[in-house]
Write a new protein. Structure first.
Length: 267
């Protein structure tokens, strides 16, 4: 986990470090001669923060908070960001456990995000390769959401140091993927206009390998929707056909959609 965490943080840092310099280039195809040395510096800086990054990863793992309940996780990360010069806006898009931390000014605006919530019944002792919960049945970080934002913060601090010294224009924004498992926040962030002025959006999520991707994702897009089913009563023994069972409608919709998803092409 430590080597993967540093790899992702380094990837983010080098990408972020390139953006302010690219903004200064006179022509889109021109390359600032400072770019490669500053990338190497950012990589070295991230490497030097290995213990710092690992402490954040472990601390968030220990909280293991479900969606919309990430209060200790938020307080911990916000304190770190404020100590490092970031201005933090809490309760964004009306969500109490969501925040945006900002440093710098001007273009480009670079948004770094990652999820922070855990999943139910995934309590697990760290460093154990078999099922061994800390508390049986309790929630826990079973999908790596304890690592994403620490990596973005580590990368941002490395780049922030370079930007301040080189007097580079640019804004770093760090935001939380609150309640991702409940599909609970990102659509609301977009609706609130939190990404309208963003030039680059980098999102970190742990996977089973060290791959890095960009552009449109292959995963299924989700929108959280609530359906209401209203039935009509009838005498179950005398005239059941006159009734309209809301439960039957729920079951038919559920199985019908599953068959459509599993057996029919998207077209």
């Amino acid at each position: 986990m430590k080597s993967r965490a540093l790899f992702v943080a380094i990837t983010i840092a080098t990408a972020v470090a390139a953006a302010p310099l690219a903004q200064q280039a006179a022509q889109p195809a021109s390359v600032n001669p400072k770019l490669e040395p500053l990338k190497k510096e950012a990589v070295a800086d991230v490497e030097s923060r290995a213990v710092f990054a690992q402490q954040m990863v472990d601390q968030i793992f220990s909280y293991g908070e479900l969606g919309f309940q990430e209060f200790e996780t938020n307080r911990y990360l916000i304190d770190i960001l404020k100590k490092n010069g970031f201005a933090v806006e809490e309760g964004i898009a009306g969500i109490p456990t969501a925040f945006i931390a900002t440093w710098g000014s001007g273009k480009p605006i670079i948004a770094l995000g990652s999820d922070i919530d855990c999943i139910p019944q995934a309590s697990q002792k760290p460093g154990v390769a078999y099922h061994d919960p800390i508390i049986e049945g309790a929630p826990g970080h079973g999908e790596g959401h304890n690592s994403g934002l620490p990596l973005s913060i580590t990368a941002a601090l490395a780049v922030k140091k370079i930007m301040a010294r080189e007097h580079l224009s640019g804004t770093l924004r760090i935001w939380t993927g609150t309640a991702e498992e409940l599909v609970g926040s990102k659509a609301y962030f977009v609706r609130a206009g939190l990404f309208k002025d963003v030039d680059v959006a980098l999102f970190a999520h742990v996977s089973e390998n060290l791959g890095v991707s960009w552009g449109p994702r292959d995963g299924t897009g989700l929108v959280s929707v609530q359906y209401s089913f209203l039935g009509e009563t009838a005498h179950a023994a005398g005239a059941p056909w006159r009734g309209r069972s809301a439960l039957d409608a729920v079951e038919l919709m559920d199985i019908g959609w599953q068959f459509r998803r599993e057996h029919l092409r998207l077209s």
